[in-house]
Design a protein around this ligand. Structure first.
Ligand code: GAP
Length: 516
């Protein structure tokens, strides 16, 4: 884990108006965050990339916007009231509460770091002659550590699948896991803890008025299946997409915006004919990975991870994981949900949620493949991949420049217009260019400080291009266009700016590339 790097990213996100702790003047609220001026713009652009890729590039996917509050029976039908739980355990000495599975997973990570250490030692010892595959397959310590990990993972999967709370405690005891705060192994039993937030509807607060803040956006899609089917004259296969807030009372809510109590999901339910689920599961796995890699981020930072423990609704599930500074972690899930949700809602509501197939003259409850990505996690992915510290030469010295190499189409500000000096008619010319560009791109005009400092400020918020207006501009109507990543400048005519920028920084170009 690159803890230092993670801390720097968090500090940078705050210093440059991306992410603030919620209600900070009251010392914040645990695992709740606000997005600042640059963060809100970056989030908006990620959302737009996802929304347009789903709804504009597929003529059989439409988008909706369902309410956060839903009828309480929705959550009984979906299984969330009875099964949306995390196993928790308390240390009696420190009084700290943990997720039991997280404790076991951290234990596994410790063994994985031991393997990494052995590999590093050997790499140093053998130098050029080091053969990774040969080493990990023959070194007795690595083999032993790997075998330990496999045994623990198998026990964990069995415990989770059988909901075996005694087994959980026994596993934690057998692994001799100690509380990171008190250092003792004085644990309570493991209990289940429901993650849904409750609130009351209306002025009379009794049992019957209890409603929940939705823990996923997907159910808003399922309960609207029939409405969209009829009003959109949809034919299977078709999808319904939605972006919106979700709420979970997470027990382990650390790691910045990776695990929040209030967050945003971008979900799509794809309704298909039963029997075709394997084909469509593979199809969506491929397409979603393509969406990620289209952003130009190092492809080796992504991987698939198939689930060993399946959620109560799924028959197959895989995660797209990204190598964050806190290690490889889930950013998106692709789930084969069968007809579980529609059948449950059919039963609880008494309404038929079926599809009539004109070709075969039969009715059936469709199966569903779901793609579900956290908008905030995607935001963290972009920040983690973008943050770079570079040594650069400046006026005969070297200095460190911090640059956010955000994919240009997602950058909060696309272009900054900067007069070289604040006199000689340059600000007026720069203002004129700014006014021409502002209808097409998020632009910033800035004339304070030296040009070098202004470039650094734009680098730090990830602005892909800076336009500098100098004395030559007044003579031949050309400006310099500075590239954030290479710091190279090219001289271009003002009349070409719209076309050049459109090609390099627009979501349209990104979408066209995705569709190739
Ligand atoms: N409808 C399926 C579903 O909700 P999930 O794996 O629980 O599946 C989907 O969540 C995605 O939502 C995750 O891959 C993650 O990106 C995001 N997510 C889940 N819990 C989150 C949390 N507490 N904070 C931020 N993002 C979260």
């Amino acid at each position: 884990m690159q803890e230092e790097l993670f801390k720097k990213i968090i500090a940078h996100a705050k210093e440059y108006g991306f992410v603030f702790p919620s209600s900070e003047i009251y010392d914040g609220l645990s695992a709740v965050y606000d997005y600042g001026q640059n963060g809100a713009a970056l989030k908006f652009n990620i959302r737009e990339y996802w929304w347009k890729a789903m709804t504009m590039l597929h003529d059989n996917i439409v988008g909706i916007d369902a309410a956060i509050f839903m009828h309480p029976t929705v959550w009984k039908a979906s299984g969330h009231v009875s099964a949306f739980n995390d196993p928790l355990i308390d240390n009696k000495d420190s009084k700290k509460r943990y997720r039991a599975d997280a404790l076991v997973e951290e234990h596994i990570q410790k063994i994985e770091s031991k393997i990494e250490k052995e590999i590093e030692k050997a790499r140093k010892r053998f130098g050029e002659a080091f053969n990774y595959e040969q080493f990990v397959n023959t070194n007795s310590k690595v083999i032993e550590y790997r075998s330990q990990i496999n045994t623990i993972k198998a026990r964990l999967a069995e415990i989770q699948n059988n909901n075996d709370l005694h087994g959980f405690k026994k596993l934690i005891e057998d692994l001799e896991i100690a509380c990171p705060v008190s250092g003792t192994r004085n644990w309570t039993d493991v209990r289940q803890f429901n993650l849904m937030f409750e609130t009351k509807l209306g002025s009379v607060s009794d049992e019957s008025s209890t409603i929940y803040l939705r823990p996923e956006t997907a159910q808003g899609i399922f309960v609207n299946y029939l409405n969209v089917l009829k009003t959109g004259r949809m034919r299977i296969p078709f999808g319904i997409a939605q972006v919106g807030k979700a709420f979970r009372n997470e027990i382990v809510a650390r790691q910045f915006i990776f695990r929040m109590r209030e967050f945003e999901q971008m979900e799509m339910q794809f309704f298909i004919k039963p029997g075709e689920e394997n084909h469509w599961f593979e199809y969506w796995k491929t397409l979603r990975m393509k969406w990620h890699k289209n952003l130009g981020i190092d492809p080796s930072k992504y991987r698939f991870h198939d689930h060993e423990k399946l959620a109560h609704y799924a028959t197959a599930a895989t995660d797209i994981e990204f190598n964050f500074p806190i290690g490889f972690k889930e950013v998106e899930g692709i789930h084969s949900r069968t007809d579980f949700d529609l059948k449950q809602h059919q039963e609880y509501s008494g309404k038929k949620l079926q599809y009539f197939d004109n070709d075969t003259n039969t009715s059936y409850v469709p199966y569903v493949i779901e793609t579900s990505i956290g908008l905030d996690r995607m935001f963290l992915l972009i920040l983690s991949a973008a943050y770079k510290e570079e040594e650069v030469a400046s006026e005969g010295k070297t200095e460190t420049r911090v640059v956010l190499q955000i994919p240009p189409a997602l950058a909060p500000i696309k272009v900054a217009v900067l007069p070289l000096v604040k006199k000689d008619g340059l600000p007026e010319k720069a203002q004129q260019i700014f006014k021409e560009l502002k209808y097409s791109f998020a632009c910033e005009y800035e004339d304070k400080d030296s040009i070098g400092r202004r470039y650094r400020r734009q680098d730090a918020i990830g602005t892909p291009y800076c336009i500098t207006v100098d004395h030559q501009t007044l003579e031949d109507n050309t400006v310099t266009l500075r590239d954030r990543d290479t710091m190279q400048q090219e001289r271009v005519n003002v009349n070409q700016l719209l076309d050049i920028l459109n090609h390099r920084v627009s979501i349209t170009t990104l979408l066209q590339k995705l569709d190739e």
